[in-house]
Design a protein around this ligand. Structure first.
Ligand code: GTQ
Ligand code: FE2
Length: 364
């Protein structure tokens, strides 16, 4: 009895002293395998696009708000605006003749263009023209603004390492000091592309050869070249899943120190795979489905979905191209990368319907 009272006293004393006894929390902290808070989730283009168009109509792009961006907020993350625990994913849009002001920040960004024309992102003075299927990099600390000089609406996917930089308490952000809200409009465009003709821009397989703290100097990867690489790979292989990873032509490493980007071409039933680290997929072309931890996600162009760490995923399509961004370089840098191909396809135990589809279903 005395012991029980003493023990209660110990725990009360620990709490009051801002101390926690590890023996009561070991199992939730040191899990046998990763236990991400984020859940597998899909954001459909059918849901996002009308909302993005409403945002174009109602909300101007201004200094302060900075960007017209709809952040993928994974329902497992308790309201935090992240697609998965370590990655920001978002749909960004610009209306005709809009300009998003210049700023810079320590988080790095990648953009994968979905729709529209006549837009460029100026990265430290280099205007990078954006066309559907292109990957454009905005490395950490470089000034960037977005200009829509055309008459069409523009939509692209943003991936940022913001949650990683935030976890390191390393977020710094700065507005362009002027004059004006944007960098001067460059006469020449796509300088990084013109400058670099040497070095491979792609690697097959889903992992890069090296880890590098340097971002790629090449800021644009054109869809035509990505597709040529997929075609080449497709002739050499009869795999159901072809993977082309974008690389830094100078080092062979991932395009940014924290994020790896790849395109997966699905032309059959891909093997079930699980890996340590998080990923966000963006459907560029084609339709198909992915089974994530037994749940079936049916997708088409413009849909985006979250694959949290260590969840098993397999893709099925008769022809589709998926863009994928992951935090793999960080795990590699730390020597904790891990990937497993499972021998058997998963048993499908359920179908995913996004929240809004569920609401529509309830209304009809
Ligand atoms: O385009 O600069 O999705 O700063 C989030 C933060 C996009 C951008 C995002 C940003 C940007
Ligand atoms: Fe930014």
């Amino acid at each position: 009895m005395q012991d029980k009272t003493d023990l209660d006293g110990l725990y009360a004393g620990l709490e009051a002293a801002a101390l926690q006894p590890l023996w009561t929390i070991t199992e939730e902290l040191l899990t046998p395998t990763p236990r991400p808070a984020a859940v597998p989730w899909l954001w459909s283009a059918a849901t996002m696009k009308p909302l993005a168009r409403e945002a174009i109509r109602l909300v101007p792009v201004e200094r302060g708000g900075e960007r017209r961006v709809l952040a993928l907020a994974n329902p497992g993350l308790g309201g935090r605006p992240y697609a998965v625990g370590t990655l920001w994913g978002a749909l960004q849009c610009l209306g005709p003749h809009e300009v998003a002001p210049a700023h810079r920040h320590t988080p790095g960004a990648i953009r994968f263009v979905l729709e529209g024309e006549g837009v460029w992102t100026t990265v430290d003075g280099d205007a990078c023209d954006m066309r559907p299927g292109d990957l454009v990099l905005t490395p950490s600390k470089q000034w960037h603004d977005h200009t829509n000089a055309g008459d069409s609406e523009m939509f692209w996917f943003d991936g940022l390492d913001l949650p990683i930089i935030q976890a390191l308490d390393g977020v710094f952000f700065e507005h362009w000091p002027g004059p004006g809200e944007s960098q001067p409009q460059p006469v020449e465009h796509n300088v990084s592309e013109a400058r670099r003709r040497d070095g491979s821009r792609y690697t097959d397989g889903s992992v890069t050869k090296a880890v590098s703290p340097l971002p790629s100097e090449l800021l644009i990867y054109r869809w035509s070249e990505t597709e040529a690489e997929l075609e080449r790979l497709g002739r050499e292989s009869d795999d159901d899943l072809l993977a082309v990873e974008y690389t830094n032509p100078k080092t062979g490493a991932s395009v940014l120190p924290t994020m790896a980007c790849a395109v997966h071409r699905i032309r059959g039933h891909g093997a079930p795979v699980r890996r340590a680290g998080n990923a966000v997929y963006v459907v560029f072309r084609g339709r198909g489905e992915s089974v994530i931890d037994g749940q079936r996600f049916v997708w088409g162009p413009g849909d985006m979905f979250a694959v949290p760490s260590w969840s098993t995923v397999e893709h099925i399509s008769v022809g589709a191209d998926l863009f994928v961004v992951s935090d793999e370089p960080v795990l590699r840098a730390l020597g904790i990368q891990r990937r497993e191909v499972l021998p058997e396809p998963q048993t499908v135990t359920g179908d995913f319907h996004s929240a809004s589809l569920r609401l529509q279903g309830a209304a009809s």
